[in-house]
Design a binder for this molecule. Sequence first.
Ligand code: JFZ
Length: 473
Amino acid sequence: MLTRLPKSTFMPLLFAAGLWVATPQPSAAADKAMALADPPPQPAMLSHEEKMKWFREAKFGLFIHWGLYALPAGEWKGQPVPGIGEWIMNRAQIPVKEYEQLAKKFKPVKFNAEQWVQMAEDAGMKYIVITSKHHDGFAMYHSQVSKYNIHDATPFHRDPIAELAQACAKHHIRFGFYYSQAQDWHEPNGAGNTWDFGADDQKDFDQYLRTKAEPQVKELLSFYGPVCLIWFDTPRMMTKERGQRFVDIVQSLQPACLIDGRLGTAGDYTSTGDNAIPEVNKEGDWETPATINHTWGFKKDDQDWKSPGEITFKLVDIISKGGNYLLNVGPTSQGIIPQASQDNLRAVGRWLKVNGDAVYGAGRSPFTDEYGEYSSHLKDRTNNPIFLARTDWRCTTKPGKLYFTIFKTPRGGFDLPAFKSFIRKVYFLSDPKQTELHIEAVNGIRVVQLPRNLPDAMANVIVVEIEGEQVEL
Ligand code: JFZ
């Protein structure tokens, strides 16, 4: 029904009421005029704390790297190209004129927004971040700013981003965009393409920012409903002033939209290196972007998938250190999320259905013992001591509760780390009856008595209810 409403009249109202759903764009110049003249009315300015609320609750998001690079899938002219799949244009130094030809063959007829979003929901993920434009410069949405986009330049003639926005709204999954603001290998003045256009420092970078990146970010914030975050990346040549121009655009169009840590000026949270999980607790709001195999964009010869157990450990590990986990899939040029990614993510989702209380909205561990320690004698290549991580258990918290997720079943029982708080009750999170587990004090250590066979082969959460909201150490 919403799709039939004349947007210009009703969209602002619906948007304000939180009911606005993106409609696949009719290819009309009128839309462009509207983008510039008639943005949705602005919700009131939010404090940083208010803005971060959903992010701190969500914890687990789906990253999607999807673009023309899914067609070569890691191979160019019969040769495998080493490295991450979405970098193939750069790695193989493919001229723009040649790479552009991929668009004519990009027809992902099996793409189904509903199925992708359903998979994220099944996996227990609360937000989706998709590449609206990666470094190759190709817009995966119907842009009026550049014809080099999936609607105008491919035989597909659809706007998958609009379709995903609609499906996300239906499933109450938040939706955000990756946007490569600095590198754009398609544009003479964008950063990164030295093989066609020469050295970056000879380019009129601001000309590119003003005529492509900034107006495209405006489009993304104007036509696709509420955007939970924009994930800027690789801030080459991004001065603070240039970064600020994007901050201003985001704040003027969607003040609730978060900015990641790779814009070039401070965002709302920090992004770790790719696949990098801090060794111990890390202050502030942060997110680890991570691959499920070894590439972001689809590569046909990378079939080395992280298992449900590994993903679950990383998720709980990250949350215990205060972060969010943004885990990537790389759909094929047909529009299919590789089956192994789907299967492994759904297995994590089944675990989360039972154990989600230890994850969503959960805070950091108050302890430190569980993470491991720096080796006294082993050094890395830069002569720094190597961190020897322990992976037996992780702790996450909520007021009055400690959740111990146990990955390695201990013999005898589970030794609680030292804390002073009185314990009210201990039970398995998976047990709807909350049958009490007994505690025995052994040499001043409180040991939770466990059955010989734990209920879940992957990981078991013990809830320790304590007196007071915060644990007393
Ligand atoms: C960037 C992109 O170049 C890559 O294609 C992918 O989109 C990834 C999510 O982000 O790559 C980076 C950026 C930053 C770091 C590593 C890889 N880093 O800070 O370690």
